[in-house]
Ligand binder design. Structure first.
Ligand code: NAP
Length: 250
């Protein structure tokens, strides 16, 4: 078993069936953290994540919830609490895009992106916070985006949701600072996941000109920062927005 300083803590990672969320689950599991693997539609992928953690000698279970649905979130957090007593580390990772120019953006595209990316973060955080306050220990790590800092054509909904995550992170960090709960955001640049793989070569070439390091990141680049923020080593780090983006936000 891991001898990390958060060995035995419990985590809930939202949107954990693939991509960055999956890598975060594996990183935390390697640190000896018990991980609740949230998914919405990708049940078998979530099962795979749990299996990988179990094979590593860790502890995990999958749990369904659409994070934009308040009742589903509360039921999910109740289930994790029944299993493990509560959530020590919350990673608000679930996120979607639904791109389009603002003039043609539908209400549905606006509200769905806000519902998952922003309301989901609110619902999951509120539902898990009471336990952290009682325990006088907690870690809340929100996954933002470089686009919430720089903006991007066709992403007014997405960049607004991710910019809001920054205000949320800083405000909540102040609210709970004396309770030994840290609240931070990691803002990835372009990370090699299914979404980025789906871009055209022309789009990839354009994006590359925005990245000083001249390459896309890996899911592990984000996961290792999350692992650090979850650990005791980061106990004096709160309210921070940490870019992991090859220099794109400079
Ligand atoms: P991804 O590969 O598309 O995975 C998205 C994850 O979110 C999936 O596990 C998906 O679960 C889950 N999800 C979607 N809607 C959900 C909902 N309503 N409730 C619960 N889970 C839901 O995405 P990713 O690239 O790893 O991105 C993860 C996070 O990083 C997101 O917040 C994203 O905005 C952010 N980010 C990514 C990049 C990048 O370059 N990849 C850059 C900046 C920021 P199901 O499949 O089970 O529905």
């Amino acid at each position: 078993m891991s001898n990390s300083d958060i060995n035995g803590k419990t985590a809930l990672v939202t949107g954990a069936s693939k991509g960055i969320g999956k890598a975060i689950c594996l990183e935390l599991a390697q640190m000896g953290v018990k991980v609740a693997v949230n998914y919405n539609s990708s049940k078998s992928e979530a099962e795979q994540v749990v299996q990988t953690i179990t094979d590593m000698g860790g502890e995990a279970f999958k749990i369904h919830a659409d994070v934009s649905d308040l009742e589903q979130v509360n039921a999910m957090v109740d289930k994790v609490s029944d299993e493990w007593g509560g959530v020590n580390i919350l990673v608000n990772n679930a996120g979607i895009i639904n791109d389009g120019l603002l003039m043609r953006m539908s209400d549905e595209a606006w509200h769905r992106v806000m519902g998952v990316n922003l309301n989901g973060t609110f619902y999951c955080t509120r539902a898990t916070l009471r336990h952290m306050v009682r325990e006088r220990w907690g870690r809340i790590i929100n996954i933002g985006s470089v686009v919430g800092i720089r903006g991007n054509i066709g992403q007014t909904n997405y960049s607004s949701s991710k910019a809001a995550i920054i205000g949320f992170t800083k405000s909540l960090a102040k609210e709970v600072a004396t309770r030994n709960i840290t609240v931070n955001a990691v803002t990835p640049g372009y990370i090699s996941t299914e979404t980025v793989a789906g871009l055209s070569q022309r789009q990839k070439d354009t994006i590359m000109t925005w990245i000083p390091q001249g390459k896309f990141g890996n899911t592990e680049d984000i996961a290792s920062m999350v692992g650090y923020l979850a650990s005791e080593r980061a106990s004096y780090v709160t309210g921070q927005i940490i870019s992991v983006d090859g220099g794109m936000a400079i």
